[in-house]
Each structure stands twice: as structure tokens, then as C-alpha cells.
Design a protein around this ligand. Structure first.
Ligand code: NAP
Length: 277
């Protein structure tokens, strides 16, 4: 579908592999809504104009993806406390005529965990990019973790994330064998293990997991990554990224429409599309 006919947009680059159009258009169709969602590839120089086009009359809202989650901030009338805390916007919507920015990754990350009733003391986060920053805020504010360790292949980037958010301690991957045994929740917020490189894991096989630990991989394709498979075999609790993908989209959908996303239909559509059934 052309983005000229859409009422909601995804702005980013690249966007052609995004699952957001499938998710939102499935939801609109299931609920009999006339709205349509389209991905629009934009260059950095088009950010200001693209945000201006979200006018509340033809285009009612948007998602923002890499690399513009921070670049959109100056063009909005306001941002939610969560988006401010993370320093990134992934959802644009209107409230009382004002164009607002929010970040649904924090809520999307927490939703699948809330069903498990976890109260992790030490959260180890692998990666220090956009998703990791949302997880850091979720770990501190949502999970009230007393210790948060941010592990990156680039120590400087982990330090920058901890410094920017004033959350956690920075480590590099050589510290994993000390950190993992003490962790209650381990989150993979790197793309390692993602299709097509499915035979890779961010945690070496020499490090084992405990049944008391939960391993949460934000990668959603494959549904069970090599990391999750190893954790499951060793008796740890596992969570894949598909539930977060749906939960963060459902939070945007609720903000835009006031309606609950039909998550079962969306999950079925995603699994069929990704060949996960
Ligand atoms: P990002 O901003 O590009 O950050 C990626 C992070 O992973 C960076 O810290 C990067 O380190 C690190 N990394 C990349 N390749 C690595 C490797 N081979 N070994 C070790 N570390 C590596 O990406 P993002 O938006 O945070 O997304 C990260 C992952 O989460 C992606 O797989 C994405 O699909 C997934 N995700 C899932 C959901 C969901 O709803 N399930 C939501 C958001 C993201 P450097 O800084 O050194 O490059």
C-alpha cells in the first residue's frame, strides 16, 4: 500500500523488512476499521517535513524506528515522561491538539514479564543500543531491580548508555562469566542469534544457566533462538521477543484508537508471515 493512502505511518530507514504494517493492518482489518498503516522510508533531511505531515486530519499518528527515534524530538509539541527518560520516541500521537511523542518499548518489554510476576534483583542487559536503553529504564522503574549491568562489545558505548540514563554499571563481554551466575534476569538486546545467523548466541556455551534464572531474548525470529534453546535445556525460564513485539505495537494501537489490539489474530498473522507455525 502506498503511504499516500495511509492514516498511520512508520518513519525510518530501512523500513522494508518491518513487521509493523502487517501488525497494525491486521488489527485494523480484524476490528473493521478503515484505517491503514504504511512504512515510509525517509532520509535524515526529510524528518522535519515528515513530522509536519502528521497533521491529525489525514495522518493521525506514526511509529518511528531507527535511526530517527531521537531525531524527531525537536519537532514534537511534547514528549511523555517515559520517552523523555529513554531519550527516544517510537510513537507519535495527538492529545488535545498537541503532537506528542511516547516510547512504548518500555511497556512492551514489561508486559510479558508481568504475567510471570518476577522481581529480579540483578538484571544483566546485553547490548547498549536503543532497545537496551528502553530495557534499562524498564529494569529500574518497572522491575525496581537493585543491580543493573549493561554489557556491550564496546565498553565505551555501555558507559555512554549508563551515563546518559544514570542507570547501571557498564561491562564488556569478557565479564559475562562473573555477571551471569549472579543475575536473576538476563536480556539479550543485541541482534546476535537473529535470522539468518541462527547458529550464534551472545553468551558462550561455557556459561551455564540456573533454573532460578529468566532469559529474555528480544530477537523474535527465530521464535526460540540458540540462546533460549540452551537456557531451556538447562532448566531456566525463557521468553522470546515476539510477545514484546506485539505488546509494544498494541500499546501504540491503544494510544491511537483507544482500542485493544486483537493480539491473537496479530500473533497468528506474524507467525504465518515468519513461517513460525
Ligand atoms: P541497535 O540500536 O542497533 O543496538 C544493537 C546493540 O547490539 C548495540 O549495542 C550493538 O553494539 C550490539 N551488537 C550488534 N551486533 C553485535 C554483535 N555481533 N555482538 C555483540 N553485540 C552486538 O539495535 P536495537 O534497536 O537496540 O535492537 C537490538 C535487537 O533487539 C535487534 O535484534 C532488534 O530486532 C531487537 N528488538 C526487538 C524488539 C521486540 O519488540 N522484540 C524491540 C526492539 C528491538 P555496538 O554498539 O558495538 O554496535
Amino acid at each position: 500500500m502506498s503511504y499516500n493512502d495511509a492514516s498511520y505511518l512508520l518513519l525510518g530507514s530501512p523500513v522494508e523488512q518491518s513487521l509493523s504494517p502487517l501488525i497494525h493492518n491486521t488489527a485494523f482489518r480484524c476490528l473493521g476499521l478503515p484505517s491503514r498503516y504504511a512504512a515510509q522510508e525517509i532520509a535524515k533531511s526529510q524528518v522535519a517535513t515528515s513530522i509536519k505531515h502528521i497533521d491529525g486530519e489525514h495522518i493521525f499518528g506514526a511509529n518511528v524506528t531507527i535511526p530517527y527515534k531521537q531525531a524527531v524530538l525537536p519537532y514534537l509539541d511534547g514528549i511523555s515522561p517515559v520517552a523523555k527518560r529513554v531519550g527516544a520516541v517510537n510513537t507519535i500521537y495527538f492529545a488535545n491538539g498537541r503532537k506528542m511523542g511516547h516510547n512504548t518499548d518500555v511497556e512492551g518489554f514489561l508486559k510479558p514479564l508481568s504475567a510471570l510476576g518476577l522481581q529480579p534483583k540483578h538484571v544483566v542487559i546485553l547490548g547498549s543500543g536503543g532497545a537496551a536503553r528502553a530495557v534499562m529504564v524498564a529494569a529500574e522503574e518497572g522491575l525496581k531491580a537493585s543491580r543493573i549491568s549493561v554489557v556491550s562489545r564496546n565498553l565505551l558505548s555501555a558507559r555512554a548508555a549508563c551515563h546518559d540514563l544514570q542507570i547501571g554499571e557498564a561491562w564488556d563481554f569478557s565479564s559475562l562469566d562473573q555477571l551471569i551466575p549472579d543475575a536473576s534476569l538476563i536480556v539479550n538486546a543485541t541482534p546476535v542469534g537473529m535470522w539468518p545467523k541462527i547458529d550464534t548466541s551472545p553468551i558462550p556455551d561455557s556459561i551455564t544457566f540456573l533454573p532460578s534464572q529468566t532469559i529474555y531474548d528480544l530477537v523474535y525470529n527465530p521464535e526460540e533462538t540458540r540462546l533460549l534453546q540452551a537456557a531451556r535445556v538447562q532448566g531456566a525460564r525463557t521468553l522470546g521477543g515476539l510477545s514484546m513485539l506485539i505488546a509494544q505495537a498494541a500499546a501504540s494501537f491503544k494510544i491511537w484508537t483507544g482500542l485493544e489490539m486483537p493480539v491473537d489474530a496479530v500473533e497468528m498473522a506474524l507467525k504465518t508471515h515468519l513461517d513460525l507455525t
